[in-house]
Design a protein around this ligand. Structure first.
Ligand SMILES: [Zn+2]
Ligand SMILES: [Zn+2]
Length: 345
């Protein structure tokens, strides 16, 4: 089958081949024909080798597919069922995390797309207990974006919680930021500000406005901190969503928060150590909530939001292409020219 492979560690080393063997399913697994694959920053960072991978391995962790073959022990999910799949493959099921519904942080977990073979291919195999059926009213392309949406739901609605009426600031209008904006609205936020840079002015900030942001700010032209002071009478905001992973954004977020304010951290910085305004954080007694990956319940919630049409992921898909165009896509992702690209095998 056709497959996009990271052949070995190091910068680059990605190639599209025609003759990759089809996955062989075990009793508890299903074979999925891949329908749509979302490309994200992580895929690009696997390409540049800034994100760890276990080559040779197929890329692609945001996907939707249809069941074409079932192992003998699979329950439900008959052939032809359209599905998405959580990524907690090989989670042990017995550790403290697995037993408390947090298989996504199990130390044994291995994810498709970098740890084991991913979805940038004609077929992928998955254990059936990780599958979620896709509602008829949700397209394959939309379903490919359930995974990044679930990350944001887990961070913002499960771990952090947005209170009705909260003033929320979102740092970074990338896919995560644009999803966070919508989640904050769904949760009843009072006012929402999205902060970006000049590079975001053409596409991302206008889309943030369209998706319901009350204020969009280019921080290279206007001081978001000053605007926050004006809009809150000097008090500061209730919640900052850090989706950029940039030190300057983290510190600006700390400055913007009111006392007892909350910061929800989804962005991953490049370095292990970064300089943050620790003393200011102590004096304000802010709460910093880190979040990583997505819970099973967050997948259910996203699928319900898509079915009820309260979450718009369609507007985020700014580029559709075939797998053959992967190099072009990676270039566009690296330049920030597309919000989300969706590929078809
Ligand atoms: Zn991703
Ligand atoms: Zn476990």
């Amino acid at each position: 089958m056709k497959a996009l492979i990271k052949t070995k560690r190091g910068k680059g080393n990605v190639e599209l081949v025609d003759n990759y063997p089809e996955p062989q399913i075990a009793d508890h697994e299903v074979l999925l024909k891949v329908k749509a694959i979302g490309m994200c920053g992580t895929d690009y960072h696997i390409y540049t080798d800034e994100f760890p991978s276990n080559p040779p391995v197929l890329l692609g962790h945001e996907f939707s597919g249809v069941v074409v073959k079932r192992g003998s022990k699979v329950q439900g999910f008959s052939e032809g069922t359209r599905v998405v799949s959580e990524l907690s493959v090989k989670a042990c099921g017995t550790c403290v995390y697995c037993k408390t519904g947090n298989a996504h942080i199990c130390p044994q977990k291995t994810s498709p797309g970098h740890g084991i073979d991913g979805a940038c291919a004609d077929y992928i195999k998955m254990p059936y207990h990780l599958l979620h059926q896709v509602p008829d009213t949700v397209s394959d392309e939309e379903a490919a974006l359930v995974e990044p949406s679930a990350i944001v739901v887990h961070a913002l609605l499960e771990r952090t919680r947005v209170n009705v009426g909260d003033f929320v600031v979102i740092m970074g209008p990338g896919p995560v930021g644009l999803l966070a904006l919508q989640m904050a609205k769904i949760a009843g936020a009072g006012k929402i500000m999205v902060v970006g840079t000049t590079a975001d002015e053409e596409v991302r900030l206008p889309l943030a406005k369209k998706l319901g942001a009350d204020y969009v700010v280019n921080c290279q032209k206007e001081d978001p901190l000053q605007l926050v002071q004006e809009l809150t009478g000097g008090l500061g905001v209730d919640l900052v969503v850090e989706g950029a992973g940039a030190v300057s954004a983290i510190n600006m977020g700390i400055e913007m928060l009111r006392k007892h304010g909350k910061m929800c951290v989804i962005g991953i910085p490049g370095e292990e150590y970064i300089q943050v305004k620790w003393k200011t954080s102590v004096f304000k007694a802010i709460q910093v909530i880190f979040s990583y990956s997505s819970s099973s319940t967050s997948w259910d919630l996203v699928l319900k939001m898509l079915e009820k049409k309260v979450l718009d992921v369609k507007s985020l898909i700014s580029y559709k292409a075939k797998l053959e165009e992967w190099e072009e896509i990676f270039r566009k992702v690296s330049e920030g020219k597309v919000i989300k690209a969706v590929l078809e095998p």
